[in-house]
Ligand binder design. Sequence first.
Ligand SMILES: Nc1ncnc2c1ncn2[C@@H]1O[C@H](COP(=O)(O)OP(=O)(O)OP(=O)(O)O)[C@@H](O)[C@H]1O
Ligand SMILES: [Mg+2]
Length: 310
Amino acid sequence: MALKGLENNDLKLIIFGGKGGVGKTSCAIATALTLSENFKTLLISTDPAHSVSDCLEQHIGFGVRQVSGHENLSAIEIVADEALSEFKKEHESELKRLLETSTNLDNQDIDELLTLSIPGIDEVMSFKIIIDFIEKGEYDKYVVDTAPTGHALRLISSPALLDEWIKVAARMRWKYRYLITSFSGNYKQDDVDVFLLSLKRTVKRIEAILRDISRCEFIPVLIPEAMAIMETKRLLADLGLSGIVPRQIIINNIMVSEGCGFCHTRKVAQLPYLQEIRSTFNTANVAEVPMFAEEVKGLEALDALKSFLF
Ligand SMILES: Nc1ncnc2c1ncn2[C@@H]1O[C@H](COP(=O)(O)OP(=O)(O)OP(=O)(O)O)[C@@H](O)[C@H]1O
Ligand SMILES: [Mg+2]
């Protein structure tokens, strides 16, 4: 079976997730290459390991770059740290004013606080970049490669995290606003309020697309092994909590060759796991990919993978 429905015009965002090393990057790139035959496609890596460059054998980096030989395909590897410093630089005055007006911190404390990293902020920044791309609407399809499971889940839950942060900031602001209103009688919306409202809109935009099954699809990738199956079950349960139900999954690294004793043993060992996967995820379309003799590296190897996925 092959992947289905990715050509639907409404479908914009396709996210690949799964345990470490199961083939997310390979499948994301093969999908982006295939879609780019008919759609203007942007491949986005949110994985700090940035294996997209390695797999394509072309440097991509934190800037949109056309994939050589593929006019309709561009790629970017998001560097969350850099995205965060750009965001802080762009909104430095609002962030500082928020802290000045809502806390007793002095300037030095505020500067120190702004240099600290906030847990989960990486994923928030990555998703903000993705949503900004989607809203600019330059591409028809956005294919996202994520780092292993925990990261994909943090990415998905990033709007909720950002929302919590905004709520705390809004509560801090509310006290400030109350004071101003008590002393001067009126309060006018300032840059900080505008900034918080725009962040709130970002959260709403991300949540709206993630929960819209016509616009967004999450594709788990797994291999026929016990740990990958367990991790995928947990992934699906957690995705379900965010209202995301994958329509299809990819089983990668299926042993097909029986040519040697080792291959035969591996193939037999995979059989019960394949059966378990097919029965456990029986509501989803299942795309099956064999284990190739060589790694999936370079455009030729990706072509072979494409032929199994599509
Ligand atoms: N079907 C396959 N047959 C043979 N090798 C494969 C297959 N699929 C992927 N590989 C190879 O397995 C390795 C891991 O694949 P890939 O990088 O796509 O996984 P990943 O899930 O993105 O890993 P990570 O969690 O580290 O990001 C790579 O060397 C890739 O070339
Ligand atoms: Mg990867």
